[in-house]
Design a binder for this molecule. Structure first.
Ligand SMILES: Cc1cc2nc3c(=O)[nH]c(=O)nc-3n(C[C@H](O)[C@H](O)[C@H](O)COP(=O)(O)OP(=O)(O)OC[C@H]3O[C@@H](n4cnc5c(N)ncnc54)[C@H](O)[C@@H]3O)c2cc1C
Length: 497
């Protein structure tokens, strides 16, 4: 069992000497304001001190001090992964708030990358590119608040606004600079070689970069990141088709996903779901809970949306026509369960415009339903996402949660990212227990199927997952010890320790 020390007066004095008095706070109200128990994680503790560094060297000095003193350090960039950046244990130690490190350092339009500091938010980078590099756009998290960061999304292995075309957010990063508790600063990708620009992720042989992706802050602190930027075409629209069941949604979408060149690369965000997704965007006591109501207003039981980006109007029209043709042909496919229900869902131009607006803030209203919501997300092979929806919804129903299911394609339907949105009353302590009981049962079910949790939480997912991957955990611990020998980085995350 690792022992950690409480913060003492001499620690505070040291931190103040490094970053300045105004950027260190042990005020109880300020510390409590960082606490988050929802959205992604329910387990978090209040840190003992908040430190807001500005420079890499400040981060380095803080980490070395904390490593020597055995004080836990939990980094956050935007802190909007709702619980995942918070301290997990007592004593909570340092909450390292990197939001002041918010410089956009370089944009290279030819090699197509941006070098950013961790505190650069999605909203800031989007606005900056729109103003100074309007022909390009950065991979911001599609539904996250504009104050969430691009770097935090990658560390969390999130998904971006064109994930269906180019892969998950981790794949959009090409390197970075990481500060370690050993006092070392390492550069990753081709950047590792002195004087070389960060143009190539698979830099110098074996690639260390991925040890930090999905690390949840448990390995070291990113002080810079290199993120791909993409040309931003002018022609865009959304196409939607309705279905009555998740199998038709899965199978039609897979056929289109396999048309990789010329079609699927143009469908940047391919996402669908079921009617409770609409219901839970409104206060529970103000909306009907029966499907009949939603049917009358034209909401299908299940649907899939294809967000199309194209260089020309002709190219866009061709992709739209192909989607329609495949959807119509699919009605005759022996795999189709309910041909009658397969219909185009004609969206109002305002629906299309609001969907195309970035950052689109689409996920924020789930807090209206019952105050609390938790995204519990799993990766499955695309052709198993319908089974996921059916099996997971049974468990949601059993625990009396609305059966809210959102599914998106990663890399042209190679994988699916499946996200049940668990809406609960965060003002009732017993509801937290109900969420975790449901989470435990559904995680057992998912792991039996071989589905992988993304953002594994520390009490349910990580122990279940790593207990089935003992050899992997053994070597992950060795890597952790290499970067963070005193185990100060975000203790409790990923079963480390
Ligand atoms: C309403 C809502 C909608 C969302 N929609 C999406 C979505 O569409 N797509 C999506 O992918 N995500 C989504 N998210 C999740 C989340 O907001 C994003 O992934 C976000 O970009 C995370 O960035 P952040 O700065 O808030 O991360 P943080 O909360 O600061 O950190 C995330 C994790 O990374 C670690 N970390 C942070 N910074 C560093 C660093 N510099 N060095 C080392 N470790 C670090 C933290 O300890 C934590 O474990 C949504 C969240 C909300 C609240």
């Amino acid at each position: 069992m690792t022992h950690y020390n409480n913060i003492e007066k001499r620690d505070i004095e040291y931190f103040e000497s490094i970053v300045g008095k105004q950027y260190v706070s042990d005020n109880p109200a300020i510390r409590a304001s960082y606490l988050a128990k929802s959205v992604m994680g329910l387990e978090s503790q209040i840190a003992e001190v908040i430190i807001r560094p500005r420079y890499t060297e400040e981060v380095r000095k803080i980490l070395v001090w904390c490593s020597t003193r055995k004080i836990p350090v939990s980094p956050i960039s935007g802190g909007l992964s709702g619980g995942f950046g918070c301290a997990l244990i007592k004593p909570g130690g340092v909450q390292l708030d990197l939001s002041r490190m918010n410089r956009i350092i370089e944009i290279d339009e030819d090699s197509r990358y941006a070098v950013i500091e961790p505190g650069v938010t999605a909203g800031e980078l989007w606005a900056y590119m729109e103003k100074y590099h309007p022909a390009f756009c950065p991979p911001i998290a599609d539904g996250a608040p504009p104050a969430a960061t691009v770097m935090g999304d990658a560390i969390d292995r999130g998904f971006s606004l064109y994930t269906s075309s180019v892969g998950p957010q981790g794949d959009n990063f090409m390197g970075g600079e990481v500060c370690l508790p050993t006092g070392d600063i390492i550069k990753l990708g081709s950047w590792a070689l002195h004087g070389v620009k960060p143009f190539y992720k698979w830099g110098l042989g074996p690639e260390l970069f991925s040890m930090f992706m999905g690390s949840q802050g448990a390995m070291g602190v990113f002080t810079k990141g290199v993120v791909k930027i993409y040309p931003h075409p002018e022609h865009k629209t959304i196409k939607a088709w309705a279905m009555s069941n998740p199998y038709d949604m899965q199978n039609l979408t897979l056929e289109l996903g396999k048309l990789e060149f010329g079609i699927a690369h143009n469908t940047v965000m391919v996402q669908g779901g079921n009617w409770p997704l609409i219901m839970t965007r409104w206060p529970k006591d103000k909306v009907p809970a029966e499907y009949d109501f939603y049917k009358k207003i034209g909401v299908p039981e299940w649907w899939m949306n294809w967000e199309i980006w194209a260089q020309t109007a002709e190219e866009q029209a061709f992709v739209e026509k192909t989607i329609d043709k495949y959807a119509n042909d699919f009605k005759k496919n022996p795999k189709c369960k309910d041909p009658e229900a397969i219909k185009e869902w004609k969206l109002h131009p305002k629906q299309i415009a609001s969907r195309l607006k970035k950052p689109n803030k689409i996920a924020i209203p789930y807090s209206y339903y019952e105050a609390g919501f938790l995204f519990i997300t799993w990766y499955t092979p695309w052709n198993e996402c319908a089974d996921f929806c059916v099996e997971y919804n049974k468990i949601l129903k059993k625990y009396d949660f609305p059966e809210v299911m959102w599914v998106a394609s990663i890399e042209r339907c190679r994988q699916a990212i499946c996200m049940p949105i668990v809406c609960f009353d965060s003002s009732k302590p017993e509801d937290f227990q109900r969420v975790q009981d449901m989470n435990r049962e559904s995680s057992e079910m998912c792991l039996k199927h071989g589905w992988i949790n993304y953002r594994p939480d520390p009490y349910v997912h990580a122990p279940m997952m790593y207990s089935q991957a003992g050899m992997y955990l053994k070597y992950l611990r060795k890597v952790k010890e290499m970067f963070d020998p005193n185990y100060i980085m975000h203790p409790g995350r990923l079963m480390l320790p």
